[in-house]
Write a protein that binds this ligand. Structure first.
Ligand SMILES: [Ca+2]
Length: 398
């Protein structure tokens, strides 16, 4: 019964005009979220206490709509995230939490270096948990038309979490998009996968590092991590390699890659196993090449970005003592988003189906670029390097 009362309040307290319409719209929407929470079994007292406290956050909408001018390249992404300082700190934490991390390896099959790598990438090992009030950000996004259904569900999950863990409301802070704690779980993942690592009977991903590490281990285990296998590795390609063999959807056995002349980065042969691996060229054929295994796909279920999953694997390797990845110079130069949009439009005009011209280099754009490169006799790595963009511009001229 909260809805009519809140609407009346909104109408009585706010001035007329567009702002009032927005504010009244938010109150109406929030009342709907409350009904949804009640229907999901959330305690009425909690719903009644939370609803009037919610505020729409303009900056959350601004961030959700922000369109970066530049597309960050993989080398730039990696340089910003897998830093020497982060490696050093991660090694300290591996040591400090060593005994506990070993128990997680026994129980969930996730090696310590991966758990620490996720921790480092998500929040810089708890250095930045986010300060945005989670219920406000989730309500704001749930009341925006773009991804309303997803965030409405997360809002209800957040209330269920408050109830189950008896959390004080002020504890719920995190990223602008509603992720919380050391491992930046959305409320649905927190409810479903978080576990009590320190054994105090509660699951607190903000305050307990052991709860966060154990929850990360349980999450990866639930997503299908295969114990005993790596994420992948950097490899070297032979001269004259046919780059169109690259792509996450083109997995072949390690034995087949070895037969195609692919070696470990140090030139040693790959183990002749039946293990399935896909070849990735995240910075094109001039950049590093990686073979990635099934556990890489598990990391992408945590976060669907290939760059993120590569950063997790490469940080984990460095925590275990691997040297920094050597990148050829000049690859980190960012691409303008407008350049990518233009390229996508040109590819679509040529009938090569790059998908929506949104400036994001996804799998369809990569496939369309590869088709164009093959047609032009360019290295078919699916990467928008200057040679490809120039050829595309020329080809697209009327
Ligand atoms: Ca705990």
């Amino acid at each position: 019964m909260a809805r009519p009362l809140l609407l009346l309040l909104a109408a009585a307290l706010l001035p007329a005009g567009p702002a009032a319409a927005t504010a009244a719209g938010f109150r109406d929407c929030v009342a709907g979220l409350g009904d949804r929470a009640l229907a999901a079994g959330v305690d009425g007292e909690l719903v009644a206490r939370v609803l009037p406290s919610l505020s729409p956050l303009e900056r959350v909408l601004a961030l959700d709509r922000s369109q970066p001018e530049f597309v960050q390249t993989f080398p730039a992404y990696l340089e910003a995230r897998v830093t020497d300082a982060r490696v050093e700190r991660g090694r300290e934490l591996l040591e400090r939490h060593g005994a506990f991390l070993e128990t997680l390896l026994d129980r969930y099959g996730i090696p310590p270096r991966y758990l620490v790598a996720f921790w480092g990438l998500e929040t810089n090992y708890g250095g930045y948990l986010g300060k945005v009030p989670t219920l406000d950000s989730l309500a704001t996004l749930a009341c925006d038309e773009r991804r309303s259904e997803f965030f409405a569900g997360e809002f209800v999950n957040a209330l269920q979490l408050v109830e189950r863990e008896q959390l004080p409301l002020e504890r719920l802070v995190g990223s602008w998009a509603g992720a919380v704690g050391h491992t930046q779980f959305m409320p649905s993942s927190y409810l479903r996968y978080a576990v009590d690592g320190d054994g105090d009977g509660r699951i607190d991903l903000w305050r307990s590092e052991h709860d966060a590490l154990a929850s990360g281990a349980n999450f990866l285990h639930s997503l299908g991590w295969e114990p005993g296998l790596r994420w992948g590795r950097q490899v070297a390609l032979p001269g004259g390699f046919a780059y169109e063999q690259a792509g996450l959807g083109k997995a072949r056995s390690l034995r087949a890659w070895a037969a195609a002349g692919v070696t470990r980065a140090d030139g040693e042969s790959l183990p002749a196993l039946e293990l399935e691996a896909a070849l990735l060229l995240p910075a094109g054929h001039r950049g590093p090449a990686f073979l990635v295994y099934d556990n890489f796909r598990v990391v992408m279920r945590w976060n669907a970005s290939q760059s993120y999953a590569l950063a997790v694997g490469l940080l984990a390797d460095r925590l275990a003592g691997a040297p920094p990845l050597r990148l050829p110079p000049g690859l980190a130069k960012p691409l303008r988003k407008t350049q990518i949009v233009d390229a996508q439009e040109a590819l679509n005009a040529l009938g090569l189906d790059a998908g929506t011209a949104d400036g994001i280099i996804g799998s369809r754009t990569r496939a369309a670029l590869r088709a164009f490169q093959l047609e032009q006799g360019l290295p078919a790595d699916g990467y928008p390097d200057p040679a490809t963009l120039t050829a595309l511009e020329r080809r697209a001229l009327p």
